[in-house]
Design a protein around this ligand. Structure first.
Ligand code: NI
Length: 212
C-alpha cells in the first residue's frame, strides 16, 4: 500500500480550503459588475466567440429595433441600467469621451448603443432621457423582460435582477457584466473593452479600425 492511498488530515483540510477559495472566486465573478473574464475564456476555448445575434427591442422613440437595424455602421454596444449608481454612467462617459476624442468625422461612422438589462424600470421615456445625457445620437434600447433576456443572451451578457425588485422597487441594484462591444457594420463582433478601459485606449482602438 502506497502513501498516496492514505489521505492525511492536512491534505483533507487543504482540499476543503481550496474548495472554499474556489467558491470565493466564483462568488466574486458574480459581483455587481463583471469584467470580461467570461468572454475571454469563451474565446480561448472556441477560438472565436459568437457575440451578437438576433434580437427585437424598442428604441427611445418607441420604434422596434432589431439586429438588422444596427447593420450598416460599426456599433459600440453597452448593456446596463439607468439606475446604476456608478459603473454604467462611467462606462457610458468613457464611450462618449472616446467618440469625442476621435473627432466628429470618425465618430459619425460609429453608432453608440445602450441596452438596458432592467426593462421594468427603464421605460422608453426613462431611456430617452438617459442616453440623451451621454451622447447625441446614442441609441437607447429597452423591451419586454423576454426581449431583453434574449438580447443579453445573444451578446453573452450576464445580469441578474434581485428578488428585492418587488420590495425595494426604487433602490434595487442589478448585477450585470460591464463590457463595451465593438461590432462591425455587418453586426459581427470585432472587439470588446472591459470595465476600466480608458477613453484614450478606446479611442485608439476605434481610430485603428476606422482610419487605419
Ligand atoms: Ni451598471
Amino acid at each position: 500500500m502506497t502513501s498516496e492511498n492514505k489521505k492525511s488530515p492536512a491534505g483533507l483540510i487543504a482540499g476543503i480550503i481550496g474548495l472554499i477559495l474556489l467558491a470565493g472566486v466564483v462568488g466574486l465573478g458574480l459581483a455587481k459588475h463583471l469584467g470580461d473574464a467570461g468572454v475571454e475564456s469563451v474565446q480561448k476555448t472556441t477560438g472565436k466567440a459568437k457575440i451578437g445575434g438576433p434580437f427585437t427591442l424598442v428604441n427611445q422613440a418607441g420604434e422596434t429595433v432589431t439586429e438588422e437595424s444596427l447593420k450598416g455602421k460599426p456599433a459600440l454596444i453597452y448593456f446596463g441600467y439607468t439606475y446604476c449608481p456608478d459603473v454604467c454612467p462611467t462606462s457610458l462617459s468613457i464611450m462618449s469621451d472616446a467618440l469625442d476624442m476621435i473627432g466628429e468625422e470618425l465618430a459619425t461612422k460609429v453608432q453608440p448603443v445602450f441596452i438596458t438589462v432592467d426593462p421594468k424600470r427603464d421605460s422608453v421615456d426613462v431611456i430617452r432621457d438617459y442616453v440623451g445625457h451621454f451622447y447625441p445620437g446614442m441609441v437607447g434600447l429597452t423591451g419586454s423582460i423576454d426581449q431583453v433576456k434574449k438580447a443579453a443572451l445573444a451578446y453573452r451578457v450576464f445580469y441578474q435582477v434581485p428578488a428585492t425588485e418587488e420590495t425595494e422597487p426604487d433602490t434595487y441594484l442589478v448585477d450585470h457584466s460591464s463590457i463595451t462591444y465593438l461590432m462591425d457594420a455587418k453586426g459581427d463582433y470585432l472587439a470588446h473593452f472591459s470595465h476600466g478601459t480608458t477613453a484614450e485606449a478606446m479611442a485608439e482602438r476605434l481610430r485603428k479600425y476606422l482610419a487605419p
